[in-house]
Design a protein around this ligand. Structure first.
Ligand SMILES: [Zn+2]
Length: 429
């Protein structure tokens, strides 16, 4: 064991606390209402650090700039007198998109899923194996107890599959270091937006390669087994997920000791929001292992805004119905960029005419993710989840409604984040 051998560049590391939650805020109006949910956790003795994430894709669709997320986060922190750390995440950035995020963000989710399988010279994959006998010679006791070791041949195969992606991550990391000019940040490496899950053993190979490239990652987001569709529950084998998550935690623990990663290195679950059925599994592993986690939710906060508007009635409900009509009419173009992460049966979408006849309560019941409510419609929910462009096109009319109906909007945003996400994962209630 010689973690000092290739000691990672800690001078770039801005430490990320043990428990953190990634929150999206499409329209930048809910930072304070989201932060209120973190404050509720703090009042119960558990520190859950907010990370405001917004991807390049979202910025383009809404027409916002990365600096707006920083401004909203800073304002919310001032307003609530939040004294703990907080972060702004350049979500799923690449070498092509990172530059405008470099100044306002201090958390970077480097997405290299596209580079998985990118060919590398075979001599380099062989050299990697030669340099890392610990990956296949059974020298890793903490790891081997939970995750089956790989053979040399399997490590070689894994290296061939992932070395290109790791090198791409390193390139982006170095670009951020250059642009940040000495200001530290959090590095996350994500490979979740791909079809094949990565096993814990593969994850360890990836981490060894990241250490070789001197990337001091603090979080890593693998693809876990199952489907993580946006805004709806997990679909897959929960027991298998739990085994992978537990194995991943063990792999990370070994990587900290063996390769010298920051000792807060943790898994990041890009949940796409609302993966209620795996929350107890995550909670169990956190309790058993003492590990931390970054739970990234998606942009479902804006759905809570819509629920609040619908419940308010009047102009709020009118706007909610108009947005549904617009989303329904443009459903094909709205769904296209998200095709891999949504699953909508058009035949189960109510017509705009039917929705027109609904009360605010009916609209809210159809949209709110409460599987116990017979009015809940996951197809409508997913369509509206990707339909934020329709609200963006309404411009000030939508934003003014958020101000006018602040109380029901804020109540829904805070309650959803606290009761459905923070409480089950971080508080176990
Ligand atoms: Zn992701």
């Amino acid at each position: 064991m010689s973690p000092d051998k290739d000691r990672l560049p800690f001078d770039t590391v801005l430490p990320l606390p043990k428990f953190s939650i990634g929150v999206g805020d499409r329209f930048g109006r809910e930072a304070a209402t989201q932060l209120t949910a973190c404050r509720m956790a703090a009042e119960r003795g558990v520190s859950v650090i907010p990370v405001w994430n917004k991807s390049n894709r979202e910025h383009k669709i809404v027409g916002s700039a990365p600096s707006s997320v920083r401004a909203a986060a800073d304002a919310a922190v001032r307003e609530l007198g939040w004294r703990e750390p907080y972060f702004v995440d350049a979500d799923h950035i690449s070498l092509e998109t990172v530059d405008p995020f470099a100044d306002p963000c201090d958390f970077f989710t480097i997405d290299v899923a596209d580079a998985i399988g990118k060919p590398v010279p075979d001599s380099e994959a062989q050299a990697f194996c030669g340099a890392h006998p610990e990956l296949f010679d059974g020298a890793a006791p903490e790891f081997g107890a939970v995750v089956p070791s790989l053979s040399r041949e399997q490590v070689l195969e894994t290296a061939r599959l992932f070395l290109g992606a790791v090198r791409q991550a390193a390139q982006v990391y170095r670009r951020i270091v250059h642009l940040r000019q000495g200001r530290p940040f959090v590095t996350e490496v994500s490979m979740d937006e791909t079809s094949e899950p990565q096993t814990p053993a593969q994850l360890l190979v990836i981490l060894a390669a990241l250490a070789d490239e001197r990337v001091p990652a603090q979080t890593i987001a693998p693809k876990f087994t199952g489907r993580f569709n946006k805004g709806v529950d997990y679909q897959g084998d929960v027991a298998q997920f739990e085994r992978e998550f537990r194995g991943g935690v063990a792999a990370l623990g070994y990587a900290v000791k063996r390769y010298g990663f920051p000792d807060n290195l943790k898994l990041s679950v890009h949940s796409g929001s609302d993966k209620f059925s795996i929350y107890p599994a995550i909670r169990r592993v956190l309790l058993d292992s003492g590990a931390g986690v970054h739970l990234k939710t998606a942009g479902t906060t804006w759905l809570e805004e819509l629920i609040g508007l619908a419940e308010a009635g009047g102009e709020g409900l009118t706007i909610a119905k108009e947005i549904y009509r617009g989303a329904w009419e443009h459903r094909e173009e709205l769904c296209a960029p998200y095709a891999a992460v949504i699953d909508i049966d058009s035949g189960r979408l109510p017509s705009p005419e039917e929705v027109q006849s609904w009360s605010g309560r009916q609209f809210a019941a159809a949209l709110r993710h409460d599987p116990a409510n017979s009015g809940y419609n996951p197809h409508l929910r997913q369509l509206l989840h990707v339909g934020y462009k329709i609200a963006a096109l309404m411009g000030d009319r939508y934003l003014e409604a958020l101000d006018r109906y602040r109380e029901p909007v804020a109540r829904n945003v805070t309650q959803n984040l606290f009761e459905r996400h923070i409480a089950p994962v971080f508080l176990g209630i």
